[in-house]
Design a binder for this molecule. Structure first.
Ligand SMILES: [Zn+2]
Length: 296
């Protein structure tokens, strides 16, 4: 049988994760649910493209494996949560099979949640500086904007402690959370080390809930961006501020997204795609945290 499958990819919108399968021959297929969170799509044509494993980690689809078995292609999709799906077949030649995995649960988890995003530093306080002169205060602002947009796409109220390049102290930052009765506080920073070889992401938390949130976010960063986790530790400076009791009640996580003193990671931080992927990983971590008492 002549091969037909040319392309397999995922596009993600707030509503759906869309798996697209393209073929230059008419497609026949069937979909098998092989576990609660695993589907196999069996296609009547062998591959033109090479077999592949796509690491998606978009909050719903974890991985997509594209394989060939005899005269057929098998596409195996692993999901993070259970969900409903819709199937569409477009065209004859070329044919396009689209499977829409419903991301409703993310809206359900995040809708109306008041989440404070705190881009570290600002103004005269540059934060850390990379070897090629990248400044922490600017990098974390870019990530914060992506994060805000992602959270708002799911109906959350995402509020930034600063939208401009200005310096704020920790009390002012936390005050935003107190005034808005926020349910979560996410501070964004980069890690720095005098040893250029050190790389990876790190977290600082405050309180029991903060620890769970911080761990959840770091795990997602590790998975999605293949950054190593340098672990988490408890914040020392927060117990002295007047709002300390409040901030201990809500999850507080300070995420050092990666290491700006490592020239490779500094390079990555220049890429908008990388910064957007970081924001998506953080949303995945927040969703993990919020879903821990729910069943999906
Ligand atoms: Zn910092």
């Amino acid at each position: 049988m002549s091969p037909g499958i040319t392309n397999v990819y995922i596009t993600t919108t707030p509503r759906f994760s869309c798996l697209v399968i393209e073929s230059i021959k008419p497609l026949k297929f069937f979909i098998k649910k092989i576990a609660a969170r695993k589907y196999e799509i069996i296609l009547n044509k062998p591959l033109i493209m090479a077999p592949d494993t796509i690491c998606v980690f978009d909050g719903l689809v974890n991985t997509v494996e594209v394989m060939e078995k005899g005269q057929r292609s098998v596409i195996s999709v692993s999901l993070k949560y259970t969900c409903t799906l819709e199937v569409k077949l477009e065209g004859q030649v070329p044919a396009r099979l689209i499977i829409l995995f419903d991301r409703y649960f993310l809206q359900d988890l995040l809708k109306n949640k008041v989440i404070i995003i705190d881009p570290g530093h600002g103004g005269k306080d540059f934060g850390h500086r990379g070897y090629i002169n990248l400044l922490e205060k600017n990098v974390v602002m870019d990530i914060a904007k992506f994060l805000k947009q992602e959270l708002m796409n799911y109906g959350a109220y995402a509020i930034m402690t600063r939208e401009k390049d200005l310096a704020l102290n920790i009390k002012e930052r936390v005050n935003t959370a107190v005034l808005l009765e926020a349910e979560m506080f996410i501070s964004l920073h980069t890690n720095w080390d005098k040893d250029k070889e050190v790389n990876g992401a790190k977290g600082i938390y405050f309180g029991k809930q903060g620890k769970i949130l911080c761990e959840a976010i770091l795990m997602e960063i590790e998975k999605k961006l293949k950054l190593q986790s340098l672990g988490i530790k408890e914040a020392e400076n927060l117990s002295q501020i007047p709002q300390s009791r409040y901030i201990k009640q809500i999850p507080y996580a300070n995420i050092k997204v990666c290491t700006i003193s490592n020239p490779v990671e500094e390079g990555w931080l220049r890429s908008p795609i990388f910064k957007h992927r970081l924001a998506v990983a953080i949303v995945n971590g927040i969703a993990n945290y919020l879903s821990r008492n729910k069943k999906y």
